[in-house]
Ligand binder design. Structure first.
Ligand code: ACO
Length: 323
């Protein structure tokens, strides 16, 4: 029986940092309001002409180096993004070419902020079935390009960035104490389409659009669905809440993260938080946060890591990893 082993994670953040104070010069807001309601202090913003694929390639190269894997070993590239370079082809094909990967498949997955969990689920299942051996799973976004910079209710929340993970199939008898991805669970409920969406886009509407959101509804659903998805994953693996060593949640708002942490009875010290420094980078938040935890040495071999996210759709899900 195959299982996916996490070989390494990588990250890339654009050089330019925009603080709350800087934002407050152009929209009617304040550092105090943003920190109190969201925990966000700053975000990275891509340079003019810096595209999602470039962010993704930089994060992927970092992950490949960390993993000690050559591009020639990769036979699957999945990019989770809601801000692709073009309507088609998939941004993943551009990333594949730039990395020098000449085999296998490359495609995008679109599940907004839950995109990385969806992409990881697809890659893990392809590996389990023997359809791929070594995969690059990337979350990459330039949300700065789909924000209405005059809408203080949304523009303060997001940033740009990319994170990547290299996973490889290994033989494993299904022992949940052994390292690897134990399970992924993904869900959507399209009745909530209008709660968080872009009012246009390069697809069938043929118009450019901006992100629109019912913040309170998103907040409420994010807390319950993300926590539930982790509870389901634990039950699926015959594990319990105290088995979790690390929660690496989607980073949208510190109050959402703290509410989930409380519901899962986790100490703040066991929750990886990057939202203060990076804001919400949508599909990139989880691999960015995981890379930070990997690089600062917090994660020990054998640790149980719970990932969870919710985004537009609504789409949400969880993954359990044994480090
Ligand atoms: N600066 C100052 N005042 C603001 C700002 C701002 N940036 N934005 C809104 N306000 C004002 C509003 O106009 C309102 O003023 P009023 O009372 O005079 O009408 C007041 O602040 C309260 O606004 P609310 O929208 O009720 O504020 P709330 O406490 O709900 O916080 C927030 C808004 C931060 C967006 C919150 O709802 C939230 O975080 N929701 C989750 C949304 C999210 O994270 N989305 C990301 C994508 S989905 C995901 O990743 C899970």
């Amino acid at each position: 029986m195959h299982r996916s082993l996490v070989l390494g994670c990588g990250a890339y953040l654009p050089e330019r940092v925009v603080t709350n104070e800087e934002l407050a010069k152009t929209v009617d807001t304040s550092d105090e309001w943003i920190v109190k309601r969201t925990g966000i202090r700053q975000r990275h913003i891509a340079a003019d002409g810096e595209l999602t694929s470039q962010l993704a390639v930089n994060a992927a190269q970092d992950a490949l180096t960390r993993a000690g894997v050559e591009a020639s070993d990769i036979d699957l590239v999945i990019v989770a993004t809601s801000t692709p370079d073009n309507t088609f082809p998939a941004t993943a094909t551009r990333v594949q070419a730039a990395l020098g990967v000449r085999q296998g498949a490359a495609f995008d997955v679109q599940a907004v902020c839950a995109g990385f969990i969806y992409a990881l689920s697809v890659a893990d299942n392809m590996i389990r079935l023997g359809q791929a051996t070594t995969a690059l799973v990337i979350g990459a976004e330039v949300f700065s390009r789909i924000l209405d910079w005059e809408d203080r209710g949304t523009c303060i929340l997001f940033g740009d960035g990319a994170g990547a993970m290299v996973i490889r199939g290994v033989e494993n008898g299904g022992d949940n104490a052994a390292p690897g991805i134990l399970s992924t669970h993904i869900y959507s409920d399209g009745r909530y389409y209008d709660m968080l969406y872009v009012d246009g886009g390069p697809g069938s509407t043929g118009t450019a659009g901006f992100l629109r959101m019912e913040g309170k509804e998103v907040f409420r659903h994010a807390v319950s669905r993300m926590a539930e998805a982790i509870e389901t994953a634990l039950e699926h693996n015959n594990l319990t809440l105290p088995d979790i060593n690390w929660l690496v949640p989607h980073q949208a708002n510190i109050r959402i993260i703290e509410s989930i942490g409380r519901r899962l009875r986790l100490s703040r010290d066991n929750v990886v938080v990057t939202v203060d420094q990076q804001a919400n980078t949508s599909a990139a938040t989880i691999p960015l946060a995981l890379t930070q935890a990997q690089n600062d040495g917090r994660l020990a071999s054998g640790d149980l890591i719970a990932l969870s996210a919710l985004g537009g759709g609504f789409s949400w899900g969880s993954a359990l990893l044994r480090w």
